[in-house]
Design a protein around this ligand. Structure first.
Ligand code: NCD
Length: 304
């Protein structure tokens, strides 16, 4: 049985196949409308979510399946002290596949070790978020028509941003990728990503505080929210939260075919005047997320 805990669980070929299936779903929706008939997907969300949980639920419903779950730890037995392992064992008897989001790093991995059904990690603390990365990859493929030969700027909270960690891990397997890691010094990319991913794979990267310095070189600019919930100290969050605000004026320096991405939710890091710009891809990105999750559900349930 296969789980998706880390983007590394998927080979490059498997990622390519998922993108192809998702593209086919976009074109031929009816063909897929009963593929998961009689199947149930459980969403166990111990942390807030809008897109990830609802796109998984919409994905299962569009495949003809059903959904069940909870959307906060307070309404589940976690509030009474139940362990993830016990919850997973029980839910495995109610559902065919489980999506879990939890504030603790490693929680999805623990869940997968106890589970009789496939587990999908929908975010484990500040660690990983592989289905956001699949969403990001299909977006890059649809918008740039390639996953190689890209200058990728990633801006904001590179320390706690789990989508950033999974995205760098995924992109490091493609040819001729260069990263521009843009953050204040307090929110720099963790050392383990630098050593185990970037340096190990000889991926060139530049670290900078200045969003405008290399803006003209970028093919992709991936903006992120400062992860308030992972700060120990409220004052630090307040000081750093508006460090970057991308707006129309700054974008004058960028390439005509730049692709601006954001996993969302956005707070202040992209001004709404950018939304009308043809380079803004973040709302499309959220839409692609449903289709790639449909493809993933089919794969993990081994449905042709
Ligand atoms: C991201 C997350 O939860 O890590 N959101 C998402 O799933 N689209 C990004 C964020 O919360 O900032």
């Amino acid at each position: 049985m296969k789980h998706l805990i880390d983007i590394k669980d998927l080979s490059t070929q498997e990622i390519e196949d998922l993108i192809k299936v998702a593209q086919d779903i976009i074109k031929n929706k009816e063909k897929y409308s009963e593929k998961c008939k009689g199947k149930k997907l459980a969403t166990l969300f111990y942390e807030p979510s809008t897109r990830t949980r609802l796109s998984f639920e919409a994905a299962m419903l569009e495949l003809g399946g059903n959904v069940l779950g909870f959307s906060s730890a307070q309404t589940s037995s976690a509030a009474k002290g139940e362990s993830i392992s016990d919850t997973i064992k029980v839910i495995g008897g109610y559902a065919d596949i489980i999506v879990i989001r939890h504030p603790k790093e490693g929680s999805a991995l623990v869940a997968s070790m106890k589970s009789d059904v496939p587990i999908i990690n929908a975010g484990d603390g500040g660690h990983n978020h592989p289905t956001q990365t699949l969403t990001d990859l299909i977006t890059i493929q649809m918008e740039k028509h390639r996953l190689s030969n890209l200058n990728i700027g990633i801006c904001g909270d590179l320390k706690f941003g789990r989508t950033v960690h999974s995205l760098i891990t995924a992109m490091s397997r493609y040819k001729n990728i260069k990263f521009y890691l843009i953050s204040p010094k307090e929110l720099k990319i963790p050392d383990y990503i630098k050593t185990n991913i970037l340096e190990k794979n000889n991926i060139p990267y530049i670290e900078t505080k200045d969003i405008e310095e290399y803006l003209g070189d970028l093919d992709i600019l991936y903006m992120t929210r400062v992860q308030k919930e992972r700060f120990f100290n409220e004052d630090d969050y307040i000081r750093l939260k508006d460090y970057y605000i991308l707006n129309k004026e700054k974008l004058k320096k960028a390439k005509e075919d730049l692709c601006i991405m954001h996993p969302l939710p956005r707070v202040n890091e992209i001004s709404t005047d950018v939304d009308e710009d043809k380079r803004a891809a973040y709302f499309k990105q959220a839409k692609y997320g449903k289709y790639i999750r449909m493809a993933l559900i089919l794969k993990l349930l081994e449905i042709e």
